[in-house]
Write a protein that binds this ligand. Structure first.
Ligand code: ADP
Ligand code: MG
Ligand code: MG
Ligand code: MG
Ligand code: MG
Ligand code: MG
Length: 683
């Protein structure tokens, strides 16, 4: 989540009076950064992950697994020990930092310092993640466990799912029928965000996930656990007046989405145009890795017919009014807005010739005045559109103490809008007065149950991002097709049963460096002009943009002929000479690096996990979880995930993570859990 101010947040009626003020000054702040840092060049690769945890409290007598609401205490302890532990902290690992998250049962942890482009750092990720998990574990109660689990299966069921118990009737911010006020981080920012989304929208958020129909699921499925006739808050009647669909699992609060855990990666680029190129390159990858990391098939105690969190979070912070959603003619609002503030990217932003205007093929509302202001300041069309699109949103949380800022030294107003546009990729300008450069954040992945898997996906994305840049790979397909892939990605078993739009020929000019490396097995790899190149020990960060084709800017192929539908297996492992597959492209990139053989073995082990998941030899977490539920002795084939099933499931997840329970359909058979010497730090 974004910045945490101390202060007095304004209720929506007061906050909205400052919306133009925040936008105006936010743009001024961005322009100060732009003027100072647009020509910044030469930043090395620095990168880092964010892993989110839910703290689960196990009650072995009652056989119940509940969410522990002790975030405040736990974070206080963890942040206090950060000073002490360095005496016995592992030599190679900077002390990690722990951050609050939306859920009062959640923690987020990042490495203490970003990793560099060295292979050593690439291979320290798993140990670093394990160290964070170990630290968190050490500062919890004996019956509490930090799980990297995407969505808590029984969040919002009747009865007790938090420790301690709170009644949803006290949900003064969300007015939820299911989640108590105490599910939310108590810092003023979070309840205010929750309440202001509801107030701005004019109703509670409403999410309907198709239920998974099993043999004995009643048809039609009318959820008996919804308190249909409750009458505490004015919105209580929404469910029975149509907000809750039959045959669906209905969710009505921000906590259902922002209470999910994910895995994110941030990369520093050499300069702003490299950042824009990498941002674009990773946009089509967002849905692909969402499908592959799918890990959330259970919602509010029911098996769903979807495997991912994405639409839940998108719906959970959807503050658009009925006018903006197109349900009523525009009168008080300025724009029809097709998507929630949390959704997939709306615009490619690179100025490279390979970014054809046709790819930005969806309706993109922008704030015209801001667009004109940015253009007259000298920004190019695409970046001006990007920013003025983000800035159609209102600031949701305004603190009275920070309304007036020094726009030359602060970026708080800019970040207020920027950090509440939650897209699959985030283009992050440098903060003012810091050594940090232009960055790109990759945000679509679901968190995996073990650090081995989380490290594997981190390594995969790092290497893919390098391959994109080093070989000038062209992954462009129209944004509308990326959007379509986002929807397909979330369907049950998408990675084995669906196809995705993907580009047929990923080389931007003729056969570039990648294909020659790919087909060569020599020790030195050729450069674009065919000359042998010395292998590098570090992953480099500054690249030459795709050279102009001989025919200038003329694109001869119709856009529709550039892509086709592919299976996950084909996208990852290749189809033909024009499309070798993402994993072989990574292999080609690895050929350009000098990697010790034992390090290569470890990299291969990570890539092999991704490969086996992509070709169906290993299950996605979502499929594994669904199978676990359906084969549990208490399961009645009625889609219900009972208290006992949930307890056994989360116990199993913990045992798998520690390596004391085998899951050969999910993980490689040699996975031995937290104490393996592969990246262990002996804690
Ligand atoms: P947010 O929540 O805003 O997305 P966080 O601060 O939680 O961001 O995480 C940012 C990640 O970026 C961390 O893993 C951190 O190590 C990493 N990071 C820090 N500095 C840099 C940098 N200069 N370049 C790239 N990544 C960085
Ligand atoms: Mg987070
Ligand atoms: Mg973070
Ligand atoms: Mg943050
Ligand atoms: Mg989150
Ligand atoms: Mg982040």
């Amino acid at each position: 989540m974004g910045l945490l101010y101390l202060g007095t947040p304004l209720v929506w009626d007061e906050a909205k009076a400052y919306a133009d003020h925040v936008r105006d000054h936010g743009i001024t702040q961005f322009l100060h950064i732009w003027d100072r840092l647009k020509d910044r060049h030469g930043d090395e690769l620095l990168w880092g992950d964010e892993v989110e945890y839910m703290v689960v409290s196990f009650d072995d007598k009652e056989k119940n697994a509940k969410l522990s609401l002790r975030q405040t205490e736990i974070l206080a302890k963890l942040n206090a020990i950060v000073g002490d532990i360095c005496a016995d902290c592992p030599k190679d690992i900077a002390v990690p930092t722990f951050h609050p998250e939306y859920g009062r049962y959640m923690l987020e942890a990042t490495p203490g310092a970003p990793y560099t482009g060295s292979i050593h750092d690439l291979l320290s990720v798993e140990a670093n993640m394990r160290y964070r998990r170990t630290l968190a574990r050490q500062h919890l109660k004996p019956n509490e466990i930090p799980l990297t689990f995407t969505s808590f299966p029984r969040l919002g069921v009747p009865g007790q799912f938090t420790e301690p118990f709170f009644d949803p009737k006290d949900a003064i911010s969300s007015h939820s029928l299911f989640l108590p006020e105490e599910i939310t981080n108590p810092h003023a920012r979070f309840p205010t965000l929750t309440a202001n989304i509801r107030r701005r929208r004019g109703s509670k958020v409403a999410i309907n996930l198709p239920v998974f129909f099993d043999e004995k699921t009643p048809r039609p499925f009318i959820d008996p656990t919804i308190p249909w006739d409750r009458a505490i808050y004015p919105e209580d009647s929404e469910a029975r007046l149509g907000a809750a669909f039959p045959d669906h699992i209905y969710l009505d609060a921000m906590g259902f989405g922002m209470g999910c855990c994910c895995l994110q990666l941030t990369f520093q680029s050499c300069n702003v145009s490299d950042a824009r190129r990498m941002y674009d390159g990773l946009i089509p990858i967002g849905p692909i890795l969402l499908a592959l990391t799918a890990a959330s098939p259970i919602w509010r105690g029911y098996l769903a017919d979807v495997d991912c969190r994405w639409n839940v979070i998108a719906g959970s912070v959807d503050d658009r009014t009925e006018e903006e959603r197109g349900l009523k003619p525009l009168r008080t609002n300025k724009h029809r807005i097709p998507k929630s503030r949390y959704d997939s990217v709306d615009l490619y932003i690179s100025n490279d010739w390979i970014n054809r205007p046709e790819y930005n093929d969806t309706y993109l509302p922008i704030d015209e005045k801001i667009y004109e202001r940015l253009r007259s300041h000298g920004l190019d069309d695409l970046l001006a559109k990007h920013i003025s699109h983000l800035f159609i949103r209102d600031p949701l949380v305004v603190f009275s103490e920070t309304v007036d800022q020094d726009d030359t030294s602060s970026s708080d107003h800019f970040e207020n809008i920027q950090s509440t546009n939650w897209q699959t990729l985030r283009f992050k300008p440098p903060p003012p007065n810091s050594p940090i450069g232009w960055r790109v954040e990759f945000r679509s992945m679901e968190v995996q149950m073990t650090d081995f898997e989380n490290a594997a996906y981190a390594v995969f994305v790092v290497l893919l991002s390098r391959a994109i840049m080093a070989f000038n790979l062209n992954f462009y397909i129209p944004i509308s097709k990326v959007d379509e892939n986002m929807q397909r990605a979330q369907q049950r078993d998408a990675s084995t049963s669906k196809t995705f739009y993907f580009r047929k020929d990923v080389y931007s000019t003729n056969r570039s460096a990648a294909s020659s490396v790919w087909s060569s097995s020599g020790s030195s790899s050729p450069t674009t002009d065919g000359a042998p190149r010395k292998k590098t020990r570090k992953m480099e960060n500054c690249f030459t943009p795709p050279p102009l084709p001989e025919n200038g800017f003329v694109h001869r192929t119709p856009v529709e002929a550039e892509y086709e539908e592919m299976t996950m297996k084909e996208i990852m492992n290749g189809k033909d000479e024009n499309f070798p597959g993402l994993l072989p492209l990574i292999d080609a990139y690895l050929e350009t690096l000098e990697v010790e053989s034992q390090d290569m073995v470890r990299i291969r082990r990570y890539l092999d996990l991704v490969r086996r998941r992509s070709d169906g030899r290993l299950l996605t977490p979502a499929t594994w979880i669904r199978n676990f539920v359906r084969s549990h002795s208490d399961y009645r084939q009625d889609s219900v995930v009972s208290q006992t099933i949930n307890y056994d499931l989360l116990q199993a997840v913990d045992e798998i993570e520690r390596g004391v329970r085998k899951a050969p359909d999910l993980l490689p058979t040699d996975y031995t859990g937290g104490d393996t010497d592969q990246g262990s730090i002996g804690l």
